[in-house]
Structures are given as structure tokens and as C-alpha cells.
Design a protein around this ligand. Structure first.
Ligand SMILES: Cc1ncc(COP(=O)(O)OP(=O)(O)O)c(N)n1
Ligand SMILES: Cc1ncsc1CCOP(=O)(O)O
Ligand SMILES: [Mg+2]
Length: 508
């Protein structure tokens, strides 16, 4: 039962409705498990049949399964539901051994396999991952995760780091197969490298020592399911889950300390994690490559704000906007290449020199370096190919696009000159399907910066921003709004620009 209590508290705290099917009544406290009383498959089926009429699930989280009959029944149920609900996801927390000792069941891997083959996301700890693979001696997390993926065709394997040896850090690992999970939600490709078929990364945080952690594993899987149910991509859902767990463990740590570290208790589920310090460090290929890279030059704003950031696609517009005294403009050229492209970029850079306006070149970092641009803007698509060290050494400023907390944290670790978040609203300028952030996400991402007393990287909001919604965006406290069509398609562009500048100034 403790698991169900943890599930309900977690989902409730994260604003998600849950329907619970209790597979077993367990007799346990935070010290020991003494008895497991399975519920019959007949009752479970009746519960499922009646609940599905109230609300079809978007995510099913599976925890304790007490016997083979339950596994077989659930396998059949999932197979049927998947036909009825095409986007349905299932998250399985393979509860076998209780953290307080004792077994919840005696299921073998062979008995579990048909169910595992129906699962999209699995969240074992290190010991459970070893049990799932039959590998007992190897502690190579990547190898364990890949084998679990391979043996059971599970799209996302998240191995929790609670049982790892490292006493300083708790590193969770994710192996995620692309082109499978959340097809409708655009998690089928990895923007940074479209040729990739799988991605893997660690999320690392300081280890929290507390005796109040009972139910933490259930809370982890339910938090993940809750974030997935709200439409987050797996990398963002995982990052938010890690923050939710850190937040709960830190709250529990106080209870441990208050009680002299001699009492034990349940993990402390809280609400939506919104404090930067709870969020993990992202460790992936890019962060490892650039871990020693110094910070990029700052925008030298000297207390001024970045303000309105027009993103324009031609020399014509650059000539028209440069005399207007803006702090920043971006040249975003598409569908031109070779000598013609270089000609436009070199001309733009030369044109901008007499003005105080900072000119950023979108995408073409080599040409930006070659012609001495002020800065370069790099999107997720270009991050893997761009040589950030070369850009940094050349003294160019760097702006990076982000679309969610995983990318935001990672980009922030690279210490660019500014970070962009988009698309805030739907836009016809660029295909941003599945990446619309909305005001709430923007607000949440802004909270992931360090305290204002520490060095904060300026943030630019972009995507669908215009005169009617700019005030709403600026009310989040974002430093700058970047716009394309709000200016280039305005009846009177200079007038529109002036109005947007007034709005940005009024917001500071
Ligand atoms: C300020 C700002 N933010 C985001 C973008 C988008 O960049 P990117 O993701 O590289 O997409 P393209 O602009 O290249 O289509 C931007 N250009 N500027
Ligand atoms: C380039 C880009 N990146 C994210 S949204 C976007 C387009 C912004 O254009 P608009 O201001 O016309 O919506
Ligand atoms: Mg780009």
C-alpha cells in the first residue's frame, strides 16, 4: 500500500489525476516488509473495466506485481489498451525487492518478459537493472541499459543511481531509442543530430543522505509518468523527475536531521519543482566535449537590457533597422549558399560596424568568424557540428536556442552570451511542431537560472510574439523578445518596432 500512497501524493502534487489499481495489500513500514496479500485478477479486471469508462489513461504506471497471474493479466490488458489508445505510454518500475529488505514477489525474468515487451519506459535501480539483464558483475550502466532495451524492446531505459557506489553524486542514466516513443509528440528525432537512432545521457546531482526515503522509487516512476502525461518529452520529463526527487529528498533530509538520524520514514513528495538548485547537471556528449571551455564573452550590456531583438532575413531589412538604435539584431539567411551567402554575410557585418547594434549571424558560424561578426546564433540542429571552442577563442558572442528544461540546463552549462527559449507561441516562420513552450514553460525555464546575485545569462524569448502578446511574455521577466514577422510583415514596420520597443522598456 505504501507505493499507492506515494503514487497518489506524487501525482496530486504534480497536478495529474490518477486512477489506482491496487495489486496487493502489503504489510510494511519504513523498516520492514512482513507480508504481501495479492488482489485477485478478477477484481483487478473489474476495476480496470469500470475505471476506463471514467477516463481513458494517457500513461499507465506499473509498480508492484505480486504473481504470474497478475503479470499475464496485465500483459493482455496493455495489449488491448494500446489498440484502443494509440499514444498510450506505460512506465514500469520493476519492484521486486523492498528497499527495507524482503521480496514483493518471486517472479522470474521469463515470467516477466511478455509484459516487459509491452513497456515503453522502465525505471530500474542498479540492482534491478542487473536482475533484468542477468549481468551481476559489470557496473557499466550504458551496457546494462542497452541490454535491457535490446532484450525487451523498451524504448526508454532510465537507471536510477541511488544504489551506485559514488558517495558524492547521484547519477541517473537514460538510454532512449529515437523514432519510437511519443511519435505524435515529436520525440521521434533528436534535433542535435537527425542521423542518430538513440541517445544517452546522465543526470547528476549531489547525493542526499536521508533515512526518510521510503517510497522514493515509486515516487520517481509516478513523477515521470505524470510529466509524460502532461506532454513533456522523455528528456524533459526525466529532468523534472530528478528535480522532484531531489526536492523531496532534501525536505526529507531535514526530517532525518531533526530526528537525530535515528528515525526512518517515507519520502516527502512535494509539488512542481521550480527551484534551480534541485535540477541536475546534464552530462551528455556535448557537455563532456566542452566541459573545460571557458565562458563566452558577455554582451557587455553595462546594466542596460537587451530589449527588442529583430531577426531579419536580408540586407534590405538590416539597412532599414540599423539606424534605429537597437541593442541587437540577427541576420537569419535561409536558402542562399556559396559565394552569394558569403557576400551577404560579409556585407552585413561591414554595414553593422559603424553602429552600436550587436549583429548576430544565424547558423553560419565559420563565416561569422571569418568576417569578424559580433556574435553567432546556433540552434540545436547545429550544435553538434559547430566548433564552439573555435567560436569562443575567436571572441565571438554566442546565442543558443533551447526548447525545454533539458536543453536549457545543458546550454546554460556551456555559458553562452545569451540563451533563447522558443517557440513561445505557434509561428508560421519556422516549423516548431511539438516545441511550443507557452508562457508557463517560459516562466519555469527562467527559474532555472542561478540566483540574480550570481551571474545570470540573459534570456531571449522567440516565436509568435507580436504587439498583442508581447506584454504577457515580458511579464515573465525575460530580458528580450525576438521577433520576425511582427516587424517584417507589419503594415508600418518602424511603427511596429517602436511600439514593441516601448513595451520592452516598460517591462523593466
Ligand atoms: C534569438 C533566436 N532564437 C532562436 C532562433 C532559432 O534558431 P535555430 O533553432 O537555429 O533555427 P533557425 O533560426 O536557424 O531556423 C533564432 N534564430 N534566434
Ligand atoms: C526562428 C525561430 N525560432 C524559434 S521560433 C522562430 C520564428 C520566429 O518568427 P516569428 O516572430 O515570425 O514567429
Ligand atoms: Mg539555426
Amino acid at each position: 500500500m505504501l507505493g499507492i500512497a506515494a503514487d497518489i501524493k506524487t501525482a496530486h502534487g504534480l497536478g495529474v489525476e490518477v486512477c489506482t489499481l491496487i495489486t496487493a495489500n502489503t504489510v510494511q513500514n519504513s523498516h520492514q516488509l512482513t507480508s504481501v496479500y495479492p488482489i485477485s485478477v478478477d477484481i483487478l479486471q473489474q476495476q480496470a473495466d469500470i475505471l476506463i469508462h471514467d477516463k481513458p489513461p494517457s500513461v499507465i504506471k506499473i509498480g508492484l506485481l505480486a504473481n504470474t497471474e497478475q503479470v499475464q493479466w496485465l500483459t493482455r490488458l496493455l495489449t488491448r489498451y494500446k489498440k484502443q489508445i494509440p499514444d498510450l505510454l506505460s512506465v514500469y518500475d520493476p519492484v521486486g525487492q523492498a528497499s527495507v529488505g524482503g521480496s514483493f514477489n518471486t517472479l522470474t525474468l521469463t515470467q516477466l518478459t511478455p509484459l516487459l515487451q509491452q513497456i515503453e519506459v522502465i525505471t530500474p535501480n542498479l540492482l534491478e537493472a542487473k536482475a533484468l539483464t542477468g549481468i551481476s558483475d559489470v557496473i557499466n550502466i550504458a551496457q546494462l541499459a542497452e541490454k535491457i532495451h535490446h532484450d525487451f524492446s523498451i524504448t526508454s531505459v532510465l537507471i536510477k543511481g541511488g544504489h551506485n557506489d559514488d558517495q558524492q553524486n547521484c547519477r541517473d542514466y537514460c538510454y532512449h531509442q529515437l523514432n519510437q516513443l511519443n511519435k505524435a509528440k515529436q520525440d521521434s528525432q533528436y534535433p542535435r543530430d537527425k542521423t542518430k537512432t538513440a541517445i544517452s545521457y546522465h543526470l547528476s546531482s549531489n547525493r542526499v543522505n536521508t533515512h526518510y526515503n521510503h517510497g522514493g522509487g515509486c515516487s520517481f516512476a509516478t513523477a515521470l509518468a505524470s510529466f509524460l502525461a502532461q506532454g513533456y518529452l522523455i528528456r524533459d520529463a526525466f529532468t523534472l523527475t530528478k528535480a522532484f526527487i531531489n526536492q523531496g529528498l532534501l525536505a526529507s533530509e531535514h526530517l532525518s536531521a531533526e530526528n537525530g538520524h535515528q528515525y526512518y520514514g517515507a519520502f516527502d513528495q512535494q509539488t512542481w519543482p521550480s527551484t534551480a538548485s534541485y535540477f541536475p547537471k546534464v552530462i551528455d556528449e556535448l557537455s563532456v566535449t566542452y566541459q573545460l571551455l571557458p565562458a563566452f564573452n558577455s554582451l557587455n550590456l553595462h546594466g542596460k537590457k537587451l530589449g527588442l531583438y529583430p531577426v531579419i532575413g536580408s540586407i534590405y531589412w538590416l539597412k532599414r533597422l540599423l539606424p534605429l538604435g537597437l541593442e541587437i539584431i540577427q541576420l537569419r539567411i535561409k536558402n542562399v549558399s556559396g559565394a552569394a551567402l558569403e557576400q551577404i554575410i560579409s556585407e552585413a557585418i561591414a554595414l553593422s560596424k559603424p553602429y552600436k547594434t550587436r549583429l548576430f549571424i544565424n547558423d553560419y558560424w565559420q563565416l561569422a568568424i571569418k568576417h569578424g561578426a559580433y556574435g553567432v546564433h546556433i540552434g540545436q540542429e547545429d550544435l553538434s557540428d559547430a566548433n564552439l571552442a573555435q567560436i569562443q577563442q575567436a571572441g565571438l558572442r554566442l546565442g543558443i536556442s533551447t526548447h525545454g528544461c533539458y536543453e536549457f540546463l545543458l546550454a546554460q552549462q556551456l555559458q553562452p552570451s545569451y540563451l533563447a527559449i522558443g517557440a513561445i507561441f505557434p509561428t508560421k516562420t519556422k516549423n516548431m511542431t511539438g516545441q511550443i513552450q507557452g508562457i508557463d514553460n517560459l516562466q519555469q525555464l527562467l527559474a532555472l537560472r542561478p540566483q540574480p546575485s550570481k551571474k545570470q545569462i540573459p534570456v531571449v524569448a522567440i516565436g509568435g510574439i507580436n504587439i498583442t502578446n508581447a506584454a504577457q511574455v515580458l511579464a515573465t521577466g525575460v530580458e528580450s523578445i525576438a521577433v520576425v514577422t511582427a516587424i517584417t510583415e507589419a503594415k508600418e514596420p518602424e511603427q511596429a518596432l517602436k511600439q514593441l520597443v516601448t513595451l520592452t522598456l516598460a517591462s523593466y
